[in-house]
Design a protein around this ligand. Structure first.
Ligand code: PHE
Length: 337
């Protein structure tokens, strides 16, 4: 058979391939170990010497031509494969974007995070204290003995065996001071429980306790700390005021109001026309409480404060029913994205 016939035949075979796999097989039958070209090379030894150069060149030309055909065919089959895939994989790009639900952080968690960031930035540690407490930590160590009338301020859930659901995060003060020596600077955020239920009170709510104990801590330091926090949360123009109050674990005790962020003191619906909004209780740590924790009240002084996170969230977001916070209605949550 002459070289031209071999070329034509092999070429036809390559061109007829219908898939990449088929082409690979044909390719092997031409260029492979026992392929057409290899066979021709082997036969070269039988060719008379004077014809050898010519024959060698002819085989080489043949190889180059077939390789070209092969490459073209490969490209063609690859292109066809992609076109086929594109035609069969039908993507529906018309899907409605409203189906992608983006979550929202609950307003209480938003406030909690914002406050935590603020206090941590000012050198406070975050202290986690148990929700199930003993009478001792929730009351007695805080200078509230068994028949003290102050117990009526908080309608507590007792769960038997001297245990109760903590009614205030102040219990965290005792746990911290028992374990760690001053100087101390901590906040204790968490859930608290009271048997109370109306549009502004829920049996479960959130508080954030603050405690600072060191040498030479004064009421001025308390005022400075709370002023910084109030401005951070309610805006730079916010002022605070102290009103005398009573808590068994602080002496003196104060209730703290912030100037209304809505009307700036003129009087409006948010502040019930007083210009002020009550946001927390605070005071200088009672020396009896320090003593109960083994801290010398002649050497160390401290201040403490406790605020209701739900209340702050409600004021800030104009939410008038605390139940909305617990109903898990996504229409409510979505408004706080
Ligand atoms: N524990 C008090 C309450 O729940 C708030 C408070 C905390 C007051 C710390 C003074 C100091 O009402």
């Amino acid at each position: 058979m002459d070289y031209n016939d071999i070329l034509a035949q092999a070429n036809d075979k390559l061109v007829s391939a219908r898939s990449e796999r088929e082409l690979a097989e044909i390719k092997a039958s031409i260029f492979g170990k026992n392929g057409t070209i290899t066979e021709l090379m082997k036969k070269l030894k039988d060719v008379p010497p004077e014809q050898k150069p010519q024959a060698g060149k002819a085989i080489n030309d043949l190889r180059v031509k077939l390789a070209e055909t092969c490459e073209q065919k490969e490209k063609q089959l690859h292109r066809e494969k992609i076109e086929q895939a594109l035609a069969s994989e039908n993507l529906d790009l018309s899907i409605d974007k409203c189906c992608a639900h983006v979550g929202a952080i609950h307003p209480i968690n938003q406030i909690r995070k914002k406050l935590t960031d603020y206090f941590v930035g000012n050198g406070y540690i975050v202290y986690d204290s148990p929700e199930i407490e003993t009478d001792y930590y929730n009351f007695q160590a805080l200078n509230i003995p068994p028949d003290h009338p102050a117990r009526d301020m908080q309608d507590t859930f007792f769960i038997g065996n001297g245990m109760l659901l903590r009614s205030q995060t102040s219990a965290g003060q005792i746990r911290l001071m028992e374990k760690h020596k001053p100087p101390l600077k901590m906040i204790c955020p968490g859930r608290v429980f009271r048997n109370d239920d109306d549009s502004t009170h829920s049996p479960v709510f959130h508080q954030m306790e603050g405690l600072v104990v060191d040498k030479n801590v004064t009421l001025c330091d308390l005022k400075g700390a709370l002023e910084g926090f109030a401005k951070f949360i309610f805006g730079g123009q916010t002022a605070i005021r102290f009103r005398p109050s009573y808590f068994p674990f602080t002496e003196p005790s104060v209730e703290v109001d912030v100037s209304c962020f809505n009307c700036h003191g003129k009087g409006c619906r948010v502040c019930k026309n007083t210009g002020w909004i009550e946001i927390l209780g605070a005071g200088m740590v009672n020396r009896k409480v320090l003593e109960n924790c083994g801290i010398d009240p002649n050497e160390y002084h401290g201040f403490a404060f406790g605020m209701g996170l739900d209340r702050i969230a409600m004021i800030q977001c104009s939410i008038d029913d605390i139940k909305l916070m617990w109903e898990n209605d996504v229409r409510f949550i979505r408004q706080f994205r």
